[in-house]
Design a protein around this ligand. Structure first.
Ligand code: SF4
Length: 185
């Protein structure tokens, strides 16, 4: 099967010897088909995330291949309760990932604090620390729900343009710098 039959973003010309497209479409296609999540979990939702990585769900077919270091990952799946103790580590890992990077808040705890919302040590939503692209409700969301979240992120990437991509803006941060208590002292 020719590449143009598989990828509608590409147009075939000159008898199939040449394909054309626009830069945004080519870039988005490459980006959405090679999402590499960081292997990182915070609480019980991480068990569901690990189940999603097994052969039964075959995430490789979406180009999703977990990486063991933030420096090679472009997707952070925040799976579990974010405590204030872990908040600085979560932000540090996010900062170590190269642009363009994406975040899925997996489960009620990562989205809003969930059942621990009123606990003194729990951050009420990871979007207080880092920008979230997809919110995934549930306690915990099943592997099928996480796959749907990844597909939703792929659809979002597909609508993007490289002109608005922070990876191409020198020294640009799309989120505010947080001041930690220890830095203020
Ligand atoms: S949303 Fe539910 S399953 Fe997920 S971390 Fe919170 S309590 Fe655990």
């Amino acid at each position: 099967m020719a590449i143009v039959d598989r990828i509608p973003e590409f147009t075939e010309v000159v008898g199939g010897q040449i394909v054309t497209t626009v830069l945004d479409k080519a870039f988005n296609w490459a980006q959405k088909c090679s999402l590499w999540p960081m292997t990182f979990g915070l609480a019980c939702c991480a068990i569901e995330m690990m189940s999603t990585y097994v052969a039964h769900y075959d995430l490789d077919r979406f180009g999703v291949i977990p990486r063991a270091t933030p420096r090679q990952a472009d997707l952070m799946i925040v799976s579990g309760t974010v405590t204030y103790k872990m908040a600085k580590r979560v932000r540090l890992l996010y900062d170590q990932m190269p642009e363009p990077k994406y975040v899925i808040a997996m489960g009620a705890c990562a989205c809003t604090g969930g059942i621990f919302q009123k606990a003194y040590g729990v951050v009420n939503g990871v979007d207080k620390l880092i920008p979230v692209d997809v919110y995934l409700p549930g306690c915990p969301p099943r592997p099928e729900a996480l796959i749907e979240g990844i597909l939703a992120l792929q659809r979002k990437i597909d609508k993007g343009t490289i002109r608005a991509n922070p990876a191409f803006e020198h020294n640009q941060q799309r989120y505010p710098k947080l001041k930690w208590k220890s830095e203020e002292e």
